[in-house]
Write a protein that binds this ligand. Structure first.
Ligand SMILES: Nc1ncnc2c1ncn2[C@@H]1O[C@H](COP(=O)(O)OP(=O)(O)O)[C@@H](O)[C@H]1O
Ligand SMILES: [Mg+2]
Length: 376
């Protein structure tokens, strides 16, 4: 993977186009030194060895620079509430804190990403207008910079409602090639970033098709219940179709989200469901994200990511100290200490993801999981 070291390697080779290769990235300021576990997050992620540069890929049909999109990951499941938004926000947030340049593209009308990152109704929140205009006009996306240091966003929101009829009429005119519209406007800016995540909506297949035609990788969260698994099967079908337009598309893996269980039986069931949906072997991430309702509520209420809450938890006075001192802090809602464990889950998942990307990029002809090839 890149990170500062990887970027240097790429710069030296001059392989990548655009500023990802040519422009040195300012180092992200180190987080406050106080709580140990957060430092550990950054260190572990940064410590993943740099990836060897990818061999240049022939430009895909329609003139899309697929090399620039080689680190674009679509977070997909046709079911809502399975963790897509939480995962993109926390993964990108931790990677950015570790010094990677990250872009989040939100294809959701509800725009929960704006809540998770705390920019709802602020200057970064154009409710999807910029994304819509780019796709309509075919002009490069213009991300809002610095939602966090190193983390830029193309916001979603209510304006995306107009994207669906636009795409319907384009598909009627151009056929399925119309789904390359997002790839066309994302590719010119994707090269500026180490990692790009696209947060997909539930049950709006046409927008998911846009993401699948743009991305190099699919990451698929699921809960262990039936709903998430059905959503997975539908993604399997879209995935197969998308590969006709975007043959590079690969399945990075499925992630078990908000699970209370580390049981092997549950993991085996989910693994089987991925297998049924995608054929071949089942790529299920070893790391799962634990169920932590109070931390999830704190996160969305305050617009803070799990690792940010972890720092705030460490800084809040002990409950007995707050009680003794009286005043508002004694009655204020306390942050759940589980944030540290949840942040740790996202960190482990991030490290696993970087290792998979590294494997794939070291041998570009192989899948990220050679023994677990995703077939359509
Ligand atoms: N670790 C967790 N445990 C339990 N619930 C969570 C956790 N993280 C997030 N949530 C909650 O789960 C719900 C669905 O998550 P979200 O990421 O919005 O899913 P999706 O984007 O797939 O609809 C949200 O209400 C969110 O606050
Ligand atoms: Mg969502």
């Amino acid at each position: 993977m890149t990170g500062p070291a990887g970027r240097a390697a790429r710069t030296a080779t001059g392989r990548r186009r655009g500023s990802r290769a040519d422009r040195p990235v300012e180092p992200v300021p180190a987080p406050d030194p106080a709580p140990g576990p957060v430092d550990a997050v950054d260190t572990e992620i940064t410590a993943v060895a740099p990836v060897a540069p990818v061999d240049p890929v022939d430009p895909a049909p329609h003139g899309i620079d697929r090399d620039a999109l080689a680190r674009t990951i679509a977070m997909v499941n046709d079911k809502g509430g399975v963790g897509k938004t939480s995962l993109v926000a926390n993964l990108a947030g931790q990677f950015a804190a570790a010094g990677y340049r990250c872009l989040l593209v939100d294809l959701n009308r509800q725009a929960n990403l704006a809540d998770d990152l705390g920019f709802r109704d602020g200057p970064a929140d154009d409710r999807g207008a910029g994304l819509l205009v780019s796709v309509v006009a075919g002009t490069p996306l213009r991300p809002v910079e610095g939602v966090r240091p190193g983390l830029d966003v193309v916001a979603g929101g209510a304006r995306l409602v107009d994207l669906v009829p636009l795409m319907v009429s384009r598909v009627q005119e151009q056929g399925r090639a119309a789904f390359l519209a997002l790839a066309e406007v994302l590719a010119p800016v994707a090269g500026d970033y180490d990692l790009v995540f696209v947060d997909c909506p539930p049950e709006t297949t046409i927008l998911t098709d846009l993401a699948l035609a743009a991305a190099r990788w699919v990451l698929m969260p699921t809960k262990s219940d039936g709903g998430g698994l059905v959503g997975m099967r539908l993604v399997g079908e879209r995935f197969a179709l998308a590969r006709e337009l975007n043959p590079d598309l690969g399945l990075l893996g499925a992630v078990l989200f908000a699970t209370g269980s580390r049981s092997r039986v549950v993991h085996a069931e989910v693994r089987e469901a991925v297998e049924r949906a995608f054929g071949g072997h089942s790529p299920l991430f070893t790391t799962s994200i634990r169920h932590a309702e109070r931390t999830a509520q704190d996160a969305r209420r305050l617009g803070r990511l799990a690792h940010e809450l972890e720092q705030e938890v460490a800084a809040q006075p002990a409950w007995w100290a707050a009680l003794r001192e009286g005043g508002t802090s004694a009655t204020a809602r306390r942050l759940s200490p589980t944030a540290a464990s949840v942040a740790g889950d996202y960190r482990d998942l991030g490290v696993e993801l970087l290792n998979l990307l590294r494997t794939a990029e070291e041998s570009p002809t192989a899948d990220a999981r050679p023994e677990q090839e995703a077939t359509s």
